[in-house]
Ligand binder design. Structure first.
Ligand code: FES
Length: 139
């Protein structure tokens, strides 16, 4: 590729980026938001998940989720530390989640037990349909 062609290509790429950014700003200014797509992922039958009394960890893509029950309702936690986005790991003796990056600790409901994080682990919506538990997440 000639140097001149490369610069033309680079200039076009920059313009496309600027136009994209301006378009999003304009749409937001007009009150139009771009919604992210939701995905519904079947994670198991209600009876099977309920039988796992200590909860269970599942992997979807590159994300880890903790699935457990709070009385009659299942809940899911995204196992990403809210301090610096590191993956938290479960301590099987205490049931807590420990962040290897700076030592943050969360309980099995995702609440902060020990800083530096100040925010709980993100809760991801679950839905039960016809005896199957689905995780609802953004793509
Ligand atoms: S990233 Fe988890 S404690 Fe800092």
């Amino acid at each position: 590729m000639e140097r001149r062609s490369f610069f033309h290509l680079a200039l076009h790429a920059i313009w496309i980026g600027i136009l994209g950014w301006l378009s999003v700003r304009l749409l937001r200014g007009m009150g139009i938001t771009i919604r992210r797509q939701l995905r519904k992922i079947a994670i198991g039958r209600v009876e099977a998940l309920r039988a796992l009394q200590e909860g269970t960890i599942i992997t979807i893509g590159r994300q880890l989720y903790f699935i457990a029950w709070e009385t009659e309702e299942p809940y899911a936690l995204l196992l990403r530390c809210t301090h610096g986005n590191c993956s938290v790991q479960r301590n099987n003796l205490t049931g807590e989640f420990v962040c290897p990056c700076h030592g943050g600790v969360f309980n099995s409901r995702g609440e902060v037990v020990q800083g530096p994080p100040t925010q709980p682990l993100p809760r991801i919506p679950l839905r039960i349909e016809k005896g199957v538990v689905y995780l609802i997440d953004q793509v």
